[in-house]
Design a protein around this ligand. Sequence first.
Ligand code: SF4
Length: 347
Amino acid sequence: MKTDIRNINTSDLEKAVLSYGQPSFRAKQIIEWIWKKGNVNFSEMKNLPAELRIKLDLDFEFKPAAEKEIQNSADGTSKILFNLYDGNSVEGVIISMSDRVTACISTQAGCPLKCGFCATGHYGYVRNLDAGEIYDQFVILNRISLRSTGKPLTNLVLMGMGEPFLNLDNVLRAMEIISSPKYLNFSASRITISTIGIPQKINELTREKFPYKLALSLHSSIPEVRKKLIPASVKYPLEELRKSLVNFSKKSKNHITVEFLLLKGVNTSEEEADSLVKFCSVFSSKINLIVYNEVPGLPYMRPDDDEVARFLAFLKRKNFVVTIRKSMGRDISAACGQLANKSKLVN
Ligand code: SF4
């Protein structure tokens, strides 16, 4: 059986190259083809001897994610369906604004967390994506952005399908490659990793000096409400989560983006707004309110405009930095919480 070459480390690749009777610097050349040029075909690695390319092809393979379908929204947002080697698929989104082009990518095929409002959670979970599949989404979305807007991606958010902290090794490996000056040289400060908030992982990343931005999907800071929206959150008490965020923001000197999805009649009360203020008062934050986009088959509804306005006004009175995320791509189900409507999952 062939080995996926993108899943082996440099020293194993060097050993393989030496076993073919080639000098070890060939491994560096291969790595550059793979991660700097995004190549997934040995026959195109033109600075390698032909005999080496043949040997590599016999022992190794690539399992790339490939662009399958693009849907374009009237507002300029595009949703891209990626096919994976095993027949599964995931989705990514490009959001183009006047001053930035943001890509949103997936980290898992499906998601095990089953948040009540989310199409991805509703569809179940199959597997983690490997680092190469996460990397491929970035490379393909950058290519599409250049083609359609004439501009490269300026920001990357890991907010698509899946909980990145449940696939942290692969996520961090992919981000390291994307941000490394040796490979794609995309600024680490323009990468945001979004999580429902797993305190142990946040503590681990605080110790390791995480260079990326952190976004927390909070959606409620009242335990009973949060438990309904994010059932998995019962394992991570809010107080413990808050402590980990305090340490993270102190060490990283970065604010944490707190994502709060507004759901009609569920989490838009003054009590919720007050609880949110208290939760965020002890660390540096920016609150991002997201007006829910309804997902067929799920019980939640978009809030009324005055519900949203009241919630926003409460936070502003308390002097929080707060924005309402403009909803993009609703007509193609590319908005927050809507991904996976058409994705295929194969168990
Ligand atoms: S909101 Fe995120 S963590 Fe929750 S089910 Fe959806 S993809 Fe998973």
